[in-house]
Design a binder for this molecule. Structure first.
Ligand SMILES: Nc1ncnc2c1ncn2[C@@H]1O[C@H](COP(=O)(O)OP(=O)(O)O)[C@@H](O)[C@H]1O
Ligand SMILES: CCCC(=O)OP(=O)(O)O
Length: 367
């Protein structure tokens, strides 16, 4: 008997784009990246306010591409800032929707992934899922200690793509993911550097509003005392400061755009400020990779550079020149998130893996 055919719509809302795909089993029949202008994104006060805009953009794109959504078997979205959970495929349920709407662990575009997946799927009476959300938490206890007893370090990162790309590269190297020590650096709207020790991400910078390199739209680590002084200067509301850290931080704060392609054009035209800021972003990424190599005591099988910024040849060279003494650097531009979402949904639809119930019983060690 031929294998059952599933048609899956996958939805990946990122901070600078919405990516969608339609898969017939593992085969991609449509992949689209819809880029969003900084001004459009910043005109919304909250992520949840972007719901109608992003959903309509997705439905219009599917319509223009001639995809009849009534033929879908399931919809799978990138999962957002939920409670810390283990990796896997989760059914979208009421408590998850509530946590995504309120932003249990904060505000990020991926909160919309599960909500839009659910809304499209429920109208069609088909299941909706999320896979490896940004809150996958495998941190070693030592990595949770921030140095300030009131604040614990959190695992918020590009879990879906980091794990998918790490598995793919392991396969290419003829090894299993859980046999390797890898440093995976995802460079998109946010930038995260994950320490993958034999299949577990034991340390990673909180890429949203925590620490690490600055990114196209995020500030990353900032001097704490100066930040406290700014917060209490009476000049800014809380929301304004948060926006300056996430959304209007990084390249947007210095150069007014989250688009690295435009920054590269400005550099080519002789813009010295753009050059200094772009170089500084590469410098901070390299520095974070150096720190990650120390977590692995220098036993690093490979360093992987991935995400949209990995298309930038000069940017990648500037990082690589600083870190290639640590281990081989493998560049995998873009991301495997759409394929990974489709495969996560397929595993549960085929009964190869049990679908997980959110929030589950996962617990991190409380300090
Ligand atoms: N060819 C390219 N060269 C340099 N930068 C690129 C290129 N393509 C995309 N980028 C940059 O990558 C960033 C977006 O990365 P992406 O992984 O798509 O982010 P997200 O998923 O967070 O929206 C943007 O700054 C974009 O300008
Ligand atoms: C919240 C961590 C993941 C992240 O930063 O994603 P984007 O780069 O898509 O914004």
């Amino acid at each position: 008997m031929p294998n059952k055919e599933y048609r899956i719509l996958v939805i990946n809302p990122g901070s600078t784009s919405t990516k969608i795909g339609v898969f017939d089993n593992e085969i991609s029949i449509l992949e689209k990246t819809i880029r969003h202008d900084t001004e459009v994104i910043n005109s919304y006060s909250n992520i949840i306010d972007q719901y109608e805009f992003r959903k309509n953009t997705i439905l219009e794109t599917l319509d223009n591409e001639g995809i009849n959504i009534s033929k879908l078997s399931a919809v799978c979205g990138r999962g957002g800032l939920l409670r810390p959970i283990e990796g896997g495929t989760y059914a979208v349920n009421d408590i998850m929707l509530q946590d995504l709407r309120t932003g249990y662990s904060g505000q990020h575009a991926s909160n919309l992934g599960g909500i839009i997946a659910y809304e499209i799927a429920s109208g069609l009476n088909i299941p909706s899922f999320i896979v490896d959300p940004v809150v996958v938490d495998e941190l070693d206890p030592i990595a949770r200690i921030s140095g300030f007893s009131l604040i614990e370090r959190k695992s918020i990162f590009h879990a879906l793509n980091q794990k998918a790309v790490a598995r793919r590269i392991a396969k290419e190297l003829g090894k299993k993911y859980n046999e390797l020590n890898l440093i995976v650096t995802h460079m998109g709207g946010g930038i995260t550097v994950g320490v993958h020790k034999q299949g577990r991400v034991i340390d990673v910078n909180n890429g949203l509003h925590g620490d690490g390199p600055f990114s196209p739209e995020r500030a990353g680590t900032v001097p704490a005392g100066d930040l406290v002084a700014l917060c209490f200067s009476g000049e800014y509301y809380r929301e304004e400061i948060m926006k300056k850290l996430v959304g209007q931080g990084g390249l947007v704060g210095y150069l007014g755009t989250n688009d690295a392609v435009k920054v590269e054009q400005r550099i080519a035209e002789g813009d010295q400020k753009a050059k200094l800021v772009y170089d500084a972003m590469a410098y901070q990424v390299a520095k974070e990779i150096g720190a990650a190599s120390v977590v692995l005591s220098g036993k690093v099988d490979a360093i992987i550079l991935t995400g949209g910024l990995a298309y930038g040849k000069e940017f990648v060279k500037s990082i690589t020149d600083r870190i290639n003494w640590i281990a081989d650097v493998i560049v995998h531009p873009g991301e495997n998130e759409l394929q990974a979402l489709a495969e996560g949904a397929l595993r549960v639809l085929r009964g190869e893996e049990e679908v997980k119930e959110y929030p589950g019983r996962y617990e991190t060690i409380k300090i």
